[in-house]
Design a protein around this ligand. Structure first.
Ligand code: UD1
Ligand code: UDP
Length: 357
C-alpha cells in the first residue's frame, strides 16, 4: 500500500504524527508525506516534525502566505504533479484547511482515492473557510473517517453514508495520550515562564472569523482585560500581525508569547485553570486534560463538548468573556465520558486502509 499524506497547517502535523506512527508498524506500507508549506515558520511547522518524530516530508511545496484562492490553486497544481509521479493507492487528508481541500481536489480529479480524517464535522456557519473546506472535502472523498456519531449523522443528513464512512474516534485523543505522557518530562515551559498550576488562564486566538474583524479582536482583548488572572497567549502569527495592524494594545494581564511546540502546549493546557480559545483542536484538548474551556466563537463543530458542559460558547462578546473567565467554572468538566473514542483512532485508520489497499 502506498499512501501520500497531505499536511500543511499546524493541527495537521499533530494529527498525522500518530497516524504515521501506526503506518510505520505495517511493513507493506509506504507513506510519503507532502507538506504544502501552508505553515512555514519554524515554530509553526519544523518544531512539530522534530519533537513528535514525524517522518521528514519528501516534498515541501512552499505554498503559503497567500489568499485562500492563491493558496488553494497553487497547492492543487503542485500536489497534482507529485501525485502523477508517485501514483499512490490513496491520498490521506486531515481536517479542514486549504491544504485539505487542495489535496482532495488534486487527487480526485486524477482518480486517486481520497481518505479524509476528521470527516463529518459541521459548525453550520458557511462564512467560515473551514466549513466550506469540510463540506467539499467530505463530498469528494472515497473514505470518510469520522470521530463521532454526531459527525456520522451530519454526513447522513447530506446523503453521504455506507461502509466507506467509518467511525474511528479522534486522532487528537491518540496524540493527547501518547505525547501527553512525553510532555510531563519533555517540557520545562512551566519553569521557563515561572508559572504555577491552576494560577493562569491559557488562551489562543487565530480563527479568521475573529482575526478578520478588528471589532471582534478589540472586544476579545477587552474581555481578557476584565480577567482577575494572568492570561498566557501563545500568539499565532496571523493574530500578531493583525493586532499590530489595527494598533490595539494588549491588556497588562495578558502575557503574549511566541507559538510553542506541542509538548509545551500540552503542559500549558494541563496546568491551566481554564482555557479560552477559538481553536478546534484546543477545545478538545481542554476536555482530554480535564480543564474547563470557554470558546471564543458563536458556533462549534465539537457540539458534544458544549452538551457535556465542558465548554461554553461566548463568541467575541467582552462581557460574556469577562464573566466566564472570572466565573469559577471549575469542576463541571471533570465528568468525562469517552466522547471521542478510546485513543486508538490511528490504529483503526491504518487497519481499515490496509484491508482496502
Ligand atoms: C489555517 C486554517 C485554519 C486552522 C489554522 C491552524 C485555512 C483556511 N485555515 O488558518 O482552519 O485553524 O490554519 O493554525 O486553511 N503565517 C505566518 N507564518 C506561518 C503561518 C501563517 O506568518 O507559519 C501568517 C501569514 O501571514 C498567513 C496568515 O498567517 O498569511 C494566515 O495563514 P493561513 O495558513 O492562511 O491561515 P491560518 O489562519 O493559519
Ligand atoms: N498548538 C501548539 N502550539 C501553540 C498553539 C497550538 O502546539 O502555540 C497545538 C494545539 O495543542 C493543538 C493544535 O495546535 O493540538 C491546534 O491547532 P490550531 O489551534 O492552530 O488549529 P485548529 O485546531 O483551530 O484548526
Amino acid at each position: 500500500m502506498k499512501i501520500c499524506t497531505i499536511v500543511g497547517a499546524r493541527p495537521q502535523f499533530i494529527k498525522a504524527a500518530v497516524v504515521s506512527r501506526a503506518f510505520a508498524q505495517v511493513p507493506s506500507c509506504t507513506e510519503i508525506i507532502i507538506h504544502t508549506g501552508q505553515h512555514y515558520d519554524a515554530n509553526m511547522s519544523d518544531v512539530f516534525f522534530a519533537e513528535m518524530e514525524i517522518p521528514k516530508p519528501v516534498y515541501n511545496l512552499s505554498v503559503g502566505g497567500g489568499t485562500h484562492g492563491q493558496n488553494t490553486g497553487r497547492m492543487i497544481e503542485k500536489i497534482e504533479g507529485v501525485l502523477l509521479k508517485e501514483k499512490p493507492d490513496v491520498v490521506l487528508v486531515y481536517g479542514d484547511t486549504d491544504s485539505t481541500l487542495a489535496g482532495t481536489l488534486a487527487a480526485v480529479k486524477i482518480h486517486i482515492s481520497v481518505a479524509h480524517v476528521e470527516a463529518g464535522l459541521r459548525s453550520f456557519n458557511r462564512k467560515m473557510p473551514e466549513e466550506i473546506n469540510r463540506i467539499l472535502t467530505d463530498h469528494a472523498s472515497d473514505i470518510l473517517f469520522v470521530p463521532t456519531k454526531v459527525a456520522e449523522n451530519n454526513l447522513k443528513n447530506e446523503g453521504v453514508c455506507g461502509d466507506h464512512v467509518q467511525i474511528v474516534g479522534d486522532v487528537m485523543l491518540d496524540a493527547a495520550r501518547f505525547y501527553g505522557d512525553m510532555a510531563s518530562h519533555g517540557s520545562n515551559v512551566m519553569q521557563k515562564l515561572s508559572l504555577h498550576k491552576g494560577q493562569y488562564i491559557l488562551a489562543t486566538i487565530h480563527r479568521a472569523e475573529n482575526t478578520n474583524d478588528a471589532n471582534k479582536i478589540r472586544s476579545i482583548l477587552k474581555g481578557f482585560s476584565a480577567c482577575n488572572d494572568e492570561i498566557i497567549l501563545p500568539i499565532h502569527p496571523r493574530t500578531q500581525k493583525i493586532i499590530g495592524d489595527i494598533g490595539v494594545s494588549v491588556p497588562s494581564n495578558v502575557r503574549v508569547i511566541d507559538p510553542v511546540g506541542y509538548l509545551d502546549m500540552v503542559a500549558l493546557e494541563k496546568n491551566a485553570k481554564l482555557i479560552a480559545t477559538d481553536s478546534g483542536g484546543v477545545q478538545k484538548e481542554a476536555y482530554f486534560h480535564g480543564v474547563p474551556c470557554i470558546t471564543l466563537r458563536d458556533q462549534t463543530e465539537w457540539v458534544e463538548l458544549v452538551d457535556a458542559g465542558a465548554n461554553i460558547l461566548v463568541g467575541a462578546d467582552s462581557e460574556k468573556i469577562g464573566r466566564a473567565l472570572n466565573g469559577g467554572r471549575q469542576g463541571d468538566a471533570l465528568f468525562r465520558p469517552d466522547l471521542y473514542g478510546k485513543g486508538d483512532a490511528a490504529q483503526k485508520i491504518v487497519s481499515y486502509l490496509s484491508s482496502r489497499f
